[in-house]
Design a protein around this ligand. Structure first.
Ligand SMILES: O=P(O)(O)O[C@H]1O[C@H](CO)[C@@H](O)[C@H]1O
Length: 223
C-alpha cells in the first residue's frame, strides 16, 4: 500500500518557527509521554504549554488519557519539551502525521528523543508496572512497507536508507540503568526488544505466543 500523502519541509519549518516565536525555551531533549506518563510534563519548571489544537500543522490527540498538549520547561535544569499525548495510527492518523512532531523538534534543535509508552509485557521477568528500556525493536508495520519514511526522501532529515542497528543509544541506556541503581529501583528496570503492532485491539493469545517466540519482550501500538 502506498500513500500519496507528502509533507513538505516548509510545513515542518512553519510549525517549528511558530513554536520558537511563541516560547523562549530552546530544548535539546524531547520526551514523548505515553499513556499514564503525562504527569511527567506537569513537573517541568518554568512551564509554557500549547494545546495541540492551537499549534499550526499539529495533529490532534483523540485517545483518553492523552491531554493533547506540548509542554516546554526545565527538568533537573535541562530545557525539555514534552508531548502530553502522542498520535497513533489506529486513531486514523497517517504514519507521516504520527511522526510529524519529531521532525519539528529536530528543526527546533532537539538532539535527544526519549520515547515512552504503555506496553504489554511478554518477557518472563517483566511484571506489570516494570520499566523496559528498549534496546532494539521489531516494526511489524515497517516490515510490510508501512513506514513514515516511505515516499520521496528529504535528505535534510537524513539518508534514503538509514541504518537501524544503533538507533537506541547505548550511552543513554547505560545511564538510565545507572540512575535506576542509584534510585534503588534497578530490580524494576531491564532492557528488552519492543514490537510495534497496529492496534487498536490487544493481541490474541496466539499472537502473544507468536511474538514471545520471535524474541519480543514487550508489545505496543506506538510507532
Ligand atoms: O498510548 P501509548 O502510550 O502509546 O500506549 C498504549 O496504550 C494504549 C492501549 O492501552 C495504546 O495507545 C498503546 O499504544
Amino acid at each position: 500500500m502506498h500513500s500519496k500523502e507528502q509533507i513538505g519541509h516548509d510545513e515542518y519549518q512553519n510549525t517549528a518557527d511558530w513554536l520558537m516565536s511563541h516560547t523562549k525555551h530552546r530544548p535539546l531533549v524531547a520526551i514523548i509521554c505515553g499513556s499514564g506518563l503525562g504527569m511527567l510534563a506537569d513537573t517541568l519548571k518554568c512551564q509554557g504549554s500549547f494545546d495541540y489544537s492551537d499549534i499550526p500543522g499539529f495533529p490532534q490527540s483523540t485517545v483518553q488519557g492523552h491531554a493533547g498538549r506540548l509542554v516546554f520547561g526545565e527538568l533537573k535544569g535541562k530545557s525539555c519539551v514534552c508531548m502530553q499525548g502522542r498520535f497513533h495510527m489506529y486513531e486514523g492518523h497517517s504514519l507521516l502525521k504520527t511522526t510529524f512532531p519529531i521532525r519539528v523538534f529536530k528543526l527546533m534543535g532537539v538532539e535527544t528523543l526519549i520515547v515512552t509508552n504503555a506496553a504489554g509485557s511478554l518477557a518472563d521477568g517483566l511484571q506489570p508496572g516494570d520499566i523496559m528500556i528498549i534496546k532494539d525493536h521489531i516494526n511489524f508495520l515497517g516490515l510490510v512497507g508501512l513506514n513514515p519514511l516511505s515516499g520521496p526522501n528529504d535528505d535534510k532529515f537524513g539518508p534514503r536508507f538509514p541504518a537501524m542497528s544503533g538507533c537506541y543509544d547505548k550511552g543513554l541506556r547505560s545511564l538510565m540503568m545507572e540512575i535506576a541503581k542509584q534510585m534503588g529501583v534497578a530490580g524494576l528496570v531491564q532492557e528488552g526488544v519492543y514490537a510495534m503492532v497496529g492496534g487498536p485491539n490487544f493481541e490474541t493469545i496466539a499472537e502473544a505466543k507468536l511474538l514471545h517466540r520471535l524474541g519480543v519482550d514487550a508489545v505496543g501500538m506506538m510507532y
